[in-house]
Design a protein around this ligand. Structure first.
Ligand code: C2O
Ligand code: CU
Ligand code: CU
Length: 549
């Protein structure tokens, strides 16, 4: 005790304490310092994708898309090999009106096969652009459907089984914007490229020569540079008014929490599949891969502001930081917004409508069926991406239908993540409404239409949906994790929507269902369709290719 009274020892101890405090502060600072987009100066004009002009063919809007090899100069004087639609990197924006009858001719000018999927769109299974509609090199695929979805921001990207990650990361992706009567009538920022800005956010890895490279790191692809619409270090000039940003997390594996450098509030107005019922004020918005959100930010103060990715303080993200040396570290700047135009020079929006949309919700009692899916965990291969991460213990098999849904049914899907990292669950064909996360109501910003939902480790998300319009007993839709390397590794399943009223054959009798038990259909054993390979489909069928000239 006595030596503690010695002023010299006291000084040394206090000094040690001070050094420790400083060390902790430095460590904390390093923890939050951007390890991605290091030293980026936001001086490159943000690329705004062109709107693809359709031609009119007897009332049908025909769009031409070509998947091609390209070359991009991401950094001055340094070229990268890339892929793009109708260009070197990414693709044009395809704009639909609800009710349009559209056709998209997809020409594959690559030297490898591809498939092009309309993520979020409610289309027939044979038009969905899955691995069941492969387009060989040199061929043209004609996708054709009526636009049934409401106003929303969707996207298109390749879906060849096993090659989705490399094709998307090379640059094959683009946005789809849908308008409808409701969105037309609302006073929202809607002048494309002026106060309505599309943002495809992707992290990409570059070598010392400034060439974009593909490399799997801890089960997915994590870049050291952020591209927004393919632009490194972007800025965009916008009116000093309300500005709408349509954000797609188009990364392979990285999750972002979008917000502004000065912490200013913004409004989320849309989730994946449509407008929310009302604008939701927030300061941070988390989006996992494949998810979209439309936000509106008030820039009427005329100040430059940085859109950034905020640090993710959730437990598993901290763990990721420690174990992966920052591979998923999420704190960095993305885009500089520069309000330069005089708001009086155009008709810009200064106030948001209080009501955006009407969403009719099911209640849990309306469900005709409940399905439980477990992502990761359990069974062989639950551990690593190398063997594939299973859903319900199974790895994707092109020839197996994992789930059979009855046309018209309202269902609850209960998705559990038994693994140790977040998995974004995506389902084709439908949009859903989240019922709850571990029993708690969803956040207001995810209470609208969704097709992709982040499920955190240990969490169970329940959503409700209805399978309408399209039935096809042999061509499946998919559900999968939207971390592209997980998807390619088989973290995916297939489902068909069957219509017993139309196709009265054994496959549609679907016996496990009480309401069919008394029909005259020939009944099969209860678990007939759930056994793998009991019900198979031809992995190579269903391609309708146009003649090549
Ligand atoms: Cu965006 Cu099946 O994918
Ligand atoms: Cu999809
Ligand atoms: Cu996953």
């Amino acid at each position: 005790m006595t030596y503690l009274n010695n002023p010299l020892i006291k000084k040394v101890l206090l000094g040690t304490l001070a050094v420790m405090v400083v060390a902790i502060l430095i460590a904390t600072y390093l923890f939050f310092v951007p390890v991605v987009n290091r030293g980026v100066v936001f001086e490159n004009k943000l690329h705004i994708p062109v709107l693809l002009e359709p031609t009119d063919l007897d009332g049908q809007k025909v769009f031409e898309l070509a998947a091609q090899h390209g070359e991009m100069e991401f950094f001055t004087g340094q070229m990268s090999e890339t892929m793009g639609f109708n260009g070197d990197y990414l693709g044009p924006v395809i704009r639909f009106n609800k009710g349009d009858n559209v056709a998209i001719h997809v020409t594959n000018e690559l030297d490898e096969a591809t498939a092009v999927h309309w993520h979020g769109m409610h289309v027939p299974a044979e038009m969905d652009g899955t691995p069941h509609q492969m387009i060989p090199p040199g061929q043209v695929w004609r996708a054709e459907y009526p636009v049934l979805n409401e106003a929303a921001t969707m996207w298109y990207h390749p879906h060849p089984h096993g090659d989705t990650a490399t094709q998307v990361s090379a640059g094959l992706a683009g946005l789809i914007i849908i308008d409808d009567e409701n969105s037309d009538s609302l006073e929202l920022p809607k002048t494309y490229g002026i106060d309505d800005i599309p943002l495809v956010v992707q992290d990409r890895l570059f070598n010392d020569d400034g060439e974009m490279i593909y490399q799997i790191n801890n089960g997915s692809y994590y870049g050291d540079t952020i591209l927004v619409n393919g632009t490194v270090g972007p800025f965009v000039e916008v009116p000093a008014a309300m500005v709408r940003l349509r954000i797609l997390n188009g990364s392979n594996g990285r999750i972002y929490t979008f917000g502004f450098e000065d912490g200013r509030e913004f409004y989320q107005i849309a989730s994946d599949g449509g407008l929310l019922e009302a604008p939701v004020p927030m300061t941070g918005l988390k989006l996992s891969t494949g998810e979209r959100a439309e936000i509106v930010v008030d820039l009427s103060d005329g100040e430059d502001v940085l859109l950034k990715s905020l640090p993710d303080l959730s437990f598993f993200a901290v763990e990721d930081f420690v174990t992966n040396l920052g591979a998923r570290h999420s704190h960095f700047n993305l885009l500089k917004l520069v309000p330069t135009l005089d708001p009086a020079s155009g008709e810009f929006v200064t106030e948001l409508p209080a009501k955006l949309n009407t969403i009719e919700r099911w209640s849990a009692e309306d469900a005709d069926n409940i399905r439980s899916l477990q992502m990761a965990g359990g069974g062989a291969g639950g551990g690593g991406a190398a063997q594939g991460i299973p859903i319900n213990g199974q790895i994707m098999d092109m020839g197996t239908i994992n789930e059979v849904v009855m046309l018209g049914d309202v269902e609850i899907w209960e998705i559990t993540n038994a693994g140790g990292q977040p998995h974004p669950f995506h389902i084709h064909d439908i949009q859903f409404l989240i019922l709850d996360r571990d029993g708690d109501p969803p956040l207001p910003g995810e209470s609208g239409w969704k097709d992709t939902v982040r499920v955190d480790p240990g969490e169970t998300v329940r959503f409700m949906t209805q399978f309408t319009t399209y039935a096809n007993s042999t061509i499946p839709y998919m559900y999968h994790c939207h971390i592209l390397e997980h998807e390619d590794g088989g973290m995916m399943g297939q489902f068909v929507v069957a219509d017993p009223a139309v196709e009265l054959n054994q496959k549609q009798s679907l016996v496990a269902r009480d309401n069919l038990a008394n029909t005259t259909l020939p009944l099969l054993p209860d678990n007939f369709f759930l056994q793998s390979s009991a019900y198979t489909c031809d992995p190579n069928n269903n391609v309708s290719l146009l003649p090549v000239n």
